[in-house]
Structures are given as structure tokens and as C-alpha cells.
Design a protein around this ligand. Structure first.
Ligand code: AHR
Length: 666
């Protein structure tokens, strides 16, 4: 989305309100500004090409973890929860929730049996109707699935239903999409078959187009005929998904707007597992969806059917134009560690995963990828060996085995160690070292300087998880985003030694908050960004840009600033200056630019401010745009500019550097 596009209808309304104040504040004569500025600052920017340094293309990306139902019941658009009936375990009887019976114990009995057409998913649902015709309630008896806290069913949109059914008798089942209590049918279809037609497992597939909408909808199977039928692998997918690859469009467009340069996946702790047998295993998460066993993620404590598997992550990275960063389990979980002497099969598994991504379509694993619709290899160049495992039993020994086997087979693979090399020298080889920081706002603000003292040679830093948390952040405060923005400015400045950085966690389904704060909040039908999400939009042009020297002189110690020169998609040169005011005083700012080779195209230059009346303000479903960037024309764009920087704010000055048609059309 372009900067212009940031302003949806609501924000345009906000723009009108804020504009009045802002044009007064951004003026050559800042003395007339209504904001009282107690502090002053001069920001000197050297925009000459010879003094700039290229920022790595990869600097800002995203970290996706299956946490907070970010994937299952999140970006993966599957609407049926527990679609294979394995969530209660592979032994029967097991809990088949959230499937729920329609009827009562006299008219219907429902349970689980080990009678599936799919070897790795033995459990199926048995539905026994004990009533016939008029003896059955008029609404019928059966089961429904409410999805992940309600299915979002939209009027006129297409939904593809697939399920597998078996019965000893003839069947007459009506399959419907309904509102939350089943009182309103939005779409329906009947399955009528003789016993011989369904005596073996039979795959049924059709398309629904609801004639109404429901955000808390459900899928139901009901009958008024006595008999038993079994269901297995029931999937309902919206047909309109991001790039047609199965991802929720509304959530992915938020991600795409960040223009991420890499995608780290599938998690942090999720990769490790509390116990190894519950960790994510990629071989169980590729191939036909019906045959994936799914697994219980025992760190964040929920079941995933693994519809969002290794292939889908690689596809997503490709769709976003982001480099995949594959975090692999190295035989270490939170509670157990495989002895290095026994690690060979884990290393082989890692090599196989690379073959899956990069091998030719006729290689063993490349052919599986090709059968899934991607004969061309994916570009996989980054692998992290474990997550937060440095210092745990066998980590270094296992790491070395992975490192040498991978480098031997794939010398161009960049390997990321869990051991921090900041201020120390690693005892093992690595291309990158992982750096995580979750801290208070003031500490995050100070950490803008943390890489100033890093050794300028050796492995580069990958800040794969950063966030302000706990009381300073709540569920996502402005305060947190300001400190994080200052931290990221520090990373830009140190991007000779820091090559990658991502906020964590990216997503939370509001119905299952396992971790606060997060960048993007959603439920079945709505989504909003926290201030930390919007803060990241200030950095989306930085990857591959030129960092221009920028120095601040001020009586405030609460400022952080940077300047970059970057090329717009239509190849126009642009200058972006960002300044964070972490303090509660407004600041009279003078920006002094030298070395400009082109004149500033004032009509196509603008200012964008993220702030709010209270630094602890958050966005919410009821007020999703309380704290969002507000854009205004930059009326005084000049090599000497004056502006009043608001307290507790992030401000950017975006300037087109020639007479062009670039920039805002507001
Ligand atoms: O981002 C949430 C968790 O924080 C990650 O799973 C883990 O790597 C870190 O401890």
C-alpha cells in the first residue's frame, strides 16, 4: 500500500481535524505554533551521495509464530476447527470439541472411532441419529462446528466445502452454513446417497455461496433419518484468499503493507516445543492436507491441524517478496535435548527440508514440493538452528553438526546461531547471531545504542524478536511504539553490523491471547494494528536505502533521528527523515540539510505523525484508529526547515527530490 493508501476514509476524517493544528506547527515561522515547545534541537542531515552507506536489503522483516492462534484460526483461512477430529488425541474415545451436538442424548449420540481413510489421522467422528422423520425434532439432529470463535461467512462470497463420509445405511443429510445459533440458514446442500454409495469412505465437495452474512457463523450436518454416519477431514475454505494460496486476505494485506524483506517462521518457542514430541515437524506438515496428522503445540497450548505447514510458509514468503528464514529444531526443546551422538537423523531432516525447498522437481523431496504445485525451487538462504537454545544441553554440539552438514551441501546457506555475539566472541562459526529483547520502554529507548559498541567484523546481528512489554506496553501502547522506533533508528545507524530485525509477536487472535502485546489484533472478521504495527510502517523504505549521516544537537535527551535516501517504485529519489520524541516536551526542531543534489519537490512532500493525547493510548476493535499515522502536506520543504515536534511522537518528513509526480495525492 502506498503512503497515500494509508489514509482510509476514517483517517482522512482525522486528517482534516489534525491538519488545522499541523499547518501552524510546520512552518518557517515556528514561533506562531500553538504547541508550546520547551526544548529545541537541530538535526543536521548530510544528504550527499558520497557520505551515505547502503542499508542491507534485508533490514526489516517479520517474524511469524504460531502463537495466539496466529496461524490456525488466524492467517490460515481454514474455517473448521479440529477438522480431522484428532485434536483430542489419536486414541478413542477422545474430545472432539469444538464440534457440538444438535439435538439431545435421546435423539443423537456422537463419539470418536478409529476408522479413518487417512493412515496418519486415524480418528473420525461417529454421528448416530436415534430418531426418524417425525420422531426427530423439526430442526434435525447432528453436529455443528463453530470454527475458531465463530466463522466469518460473507454474503455472496464463495466457500469450498470438502468432507469425507461413510455410512452403513443410506443417508439424507443436510449440510448448511448458518448464523451463530443455527436459526438462520445462509447456504445449504443435501447429501442423499444409498448405502452402497457411501459404504466406503467417500469424498464430497461443493461450493457454498451464502445469501446473508454472519461473523459468528457455523457449519452444520443434520439429518432426520435414523442411522449412523462417520465424518472425517472436514474443511471449509473461503475461495477468495491472499494470492489464492489459502491465507486470510485482510490479515495478509496488513502484513504486505509493511513490505517485509524477510519472513522468519514458524516460531520461537513453537519450534522448540515444551517436549520434543510436541514440536513442529516439517515432514508432518507437507503433502495433502487430509494426510497431515496435526500436532498439539504444548508451549502455547493449542492444537494445530498444520494446514499452515512448511510449504505454505515458503509460498507465503514468496508471495510477500520476503526471504524465508526457516527456524529448525536442533534436537532441543524446553525440557529435553538430544545427545549430539544421536543427532544424525535430525541433521538429515534439516538437509531434507532444504531439498524440499530448493531441490529439483525430480529430487526425492523436491518432487513432493512439485506435487504440491510449485515445481520451481523456493529461494531459501537463511536457516536458524534452534530458538533461544544457547547454553542448553548439547546445543553447541548439535549446532556444529547442523552447521557443517548444511554448509557442506549448501555453502550459500546463511546460518544463524542462538548464541549472542554482542560483546563476546563466539566459540563456533556462524553467519548471523540471534538477538532477542523484550524490555521496558526506557530500556528499549536506551538500547538504540546497544550495537554502537558491537565489533564491526564477524557474524552479523539478527534482531529476530524485539518489543516493549508488560506494564509499559499493555496490549500495545503508543509508549511502546515510540521506544521501539528509537531502537529501530539505532539499528539503521548500526546496519553495518545489524542486518535483520523483526517485531514479536506479529499476530494475536483476540479470543486466545497467550502473549501481549502483539502487532496485529484480529478476530474472525475484524483486524487492527497496534501502534507498534504502525510504527513499523515508518521503516518499510529502509531496506536497501542509503543511510545519510544525521546528527542531533539538543537540550532534550529524548530524541532519536535518522535520514535515508531511497528510490520509489517508479525510480524517483526520495529523502525520508524520521524523528522520535520519547519525551513529554514539544521540541522546536531545525532541520538543516546539506549535499542535496536535487531540489525538494514541495508539493509532493509530506509529514506523517504518530501520536495521541495519552502516551498509554491503545487501539481496539471499538476504536481501531485511535493511534495511527496522520499525514499532512509539508508546506515548507526546504534545506533549512523548522517544525515543532509533538511530545510522545514519531514524525517523518518525506520529500520527493525532483519535480515529479511522486507522493501524496491528498
Ligand atoms: O515471541 C514470543 C516468544 O518469545 C517466542 O516464542 C520466544 O522465542 C520468545 O521467548
Amino acid at each position: 500500500m502506498s503512503w497515500q493508501g494509508i489514509m482510509d476514509f476514517k483517517k482522512r476524517a482525522q486528517f482534516v481535524l489534525v491538519h488545522a493544528l499541523f499547518v501552524v506547527c510546520i512552518t518557517a515561522n515556528y514561533g506562531v505554533c500553538e504547541l508550546k515547545a520547551n526544548k529545541s534541537a537541530t538535526l543536521s542531515v548530510d544528504a550527499s551521495s558520497q557520505s551515505g552507506r547502503k542499508i542491507p536489503d534485508t533490514l526489516f522483516g517479520i517474524f511469524f509464530e504460531e502463537i495466539n492462534h496466529a496461524g490456525a484460526g488466524g492467517i490460515w483461512a481454514e474455517l473448521v476447527s479440529n477438522r480431522g477430529f484428532e485434536a483430542g488425541g489419536q486414541n478413542t474415545p477422545s474430545d472432539f470439541s469444538p464440534w457440538t451436538i444438535i439435538g439431545d442424548e435421546t435423539t443423537v449420540s456422537v463419539g470418536t472411532d478409529r476408522t479413518s481413510p487417512f493412515k496418519r489421522n486415524p480418528v473420525a467422528l461417529r454421528v448416530q441419529s436415534n430418531c426418524d422423520a417425525d420422531a426427530c425434532p423439526s430442526t434435525g439432529v447432528g453436529v455443528y462446528n463453530p470454527g475458531y470463535w465463530g466463522m466469518n461467512l460473507e454474503n455472496g462470497k464463495g466457500y469450498k466445502l470438502i468432507f469425507h463420509i461413510k455410512s452403513l445405511d443410506s443417508v439424507d443429510i443436510s449440510v448448511s452454513l448458518t448464523n451463530s445459533d443455527g436459526s438462520q440458514t445462509l447456504a445449504t446442500n443435501n447429501i442423499v446417497a444409498s448405502a452402497s454409495d457411501v459404504s466406503d469412505w467417500t469424498k464430497v465437495q461443493f461450493e457454498f455461496v451464502p445469501t446473508g452474512s454472519a461473523t459468528g457463523g457455523r457449519l452444520q450436518f443434520i439429518t432426520r433419518r435414523k442411522g449412523v454416519f462417520w465424518l472425517d477431514q472436514v474443511s471449509l475454505m473461503p475461495m477468495d484468499t491472499y494470492m489464492g494460496h489459502g491465507f486470510r486476505k485482510d490479515l495478509l494485506s496488513m502484513v504486505a503493507d509493511l513490505k517485509p524483506r524477510f519472513l522468519r517462521f514458524p516460531g520461537g518457542c513453537y519450534v522448540e516445543g515444551e517436549r520434543l514430541w510436541n514440536a513442529f515437524r516439517w515432514t508432518a506438515a507437507v503433502g495433502p492436507w487430509e494426510e497431515r496428522p496435526g500436532h498439539f503445540g504444548d508451549v502455547w497450548n493449542y492444537w494445530s491441524d498444520d494446514g499452515l505447514g512448511y510449504f505454505e510458509f515458503l509460498q507465503l514468503a514468496e508471495d510477500l517478496g520476503a526471504a524465508p528464514v526457516w527456524v529448525i529444531n536442533n534436537g532441543v526443546s524446553h525440557q529435553d535435548s538430544v545427545n549430539t551422538a544421536n543427532i544424525a537423523s535430525w541433521v538429515k531432516d534439516a538437509l531434507d527440508s532444504i531439498e524440499f525447498a530448493r531441490g529439483s522437481a525430480d529430487s526425492t523431496w523436491g518432487s513432493v514440493r512439485a506435487s504440491m504445485g510449485h515445481p520451481e525451487p523456493f529461494t531459501l538462504k537463511y536457516m536458524a538452528i534452534g530458538n533461544e537454545d544457547c547454553g542448553k544441553n548439547y546445543y553447541t554440539g548439535n549446532y556444529l553438526k547442523f552447521y557443517s552438514a548444511i554448509k557442506n551441501a549448501y555453502p550459500d546457506m546463511n546460518i544463524i546461531t542462538n548464541c549472542n555475539a554482542l560483546g563476546t566472541t563466539l566459540d563456533h562459526p556462524a553467519d548471523y547471531y540471534d538477538f532477542h529483547t523484550y524490555t521496558t520502554a526506557s530500556s528499549m529507548f536506551s538500547q538504540k545504542n546497544v550495537f554502537n559498541s558491537a565489533k564491526r567484523s564477524g557474524p552479523k546481528a539478527f534482531v529476530s524478536e524485539y518489543a516493549v512489554w508488560q506494564s509499559d506496553a499493555g496490549k500495545g501502547s503508543l509508549l511502546a511504539s515510540l521506544a521501539e522506533a528509537a531502537f529501530l533508528i539505532g539499528l539503521e545507524t548500526n546496519s553495518d553490523v545489524v542486518e535483520m530485525a523483526s517485531y514479536a509477536p506479529l499476530f494475536v487472535n483476540d479470543n486466545d491471547r497467550r502473549w501481549n502485546p502483539d502487532a496485529i489484533v484480529f478476530n474472525s472478521s475484524h483486524v487492527y494494528g497496534t501502534p507498534s504495527y504502525w510504527m513499523q510502517q515508518y521503516f518499510r523504505e529502509s531496506g536497501g536505502a542509503i543511510l545519510n549521516p544525521a546528527t542531533i544537537q539538543s537540550d532534550s535527551s529524548s530524541l532519536a533521528a535518522s535520514a535515508i535516501t531511497w528510490k520509489s517504485p517508479d525510480n524517483l529519489e526520495c529523502l525520508k527523515i524520521k524523528i522520535v520524541n520519547f519525551g513529554s516536551d514539544a521540541v522546536n526542531l531545525t532541520i538543516s540539510m546539506s549535499g542535496l543534489t536535487n531540489s525538494i519537490d514541495t508539493p509532493n512532500s509530506f509529514t506523517t505523525v504518530l501520536t495521541s493525547s495519552n502516551v498509554m493510548d491503545e487501539n481496539s476493535f471499538s476504536n481501531p484508529t485511535k493511534v495511527v499515522p496522520v499525514q499532512t502536506p509539508l508546506t515548507n520543504a526546504n534545506s533549512q526547515m523548522h517544525a515543532v515536534i509533538q511530545p510522545h511522537s514519531i514524525t517523518s518528513f518525506d520529500m520527493a527530490l525532483a519535480q515529479t509526480s511522486y507522493a501524496a495525492d491528498m
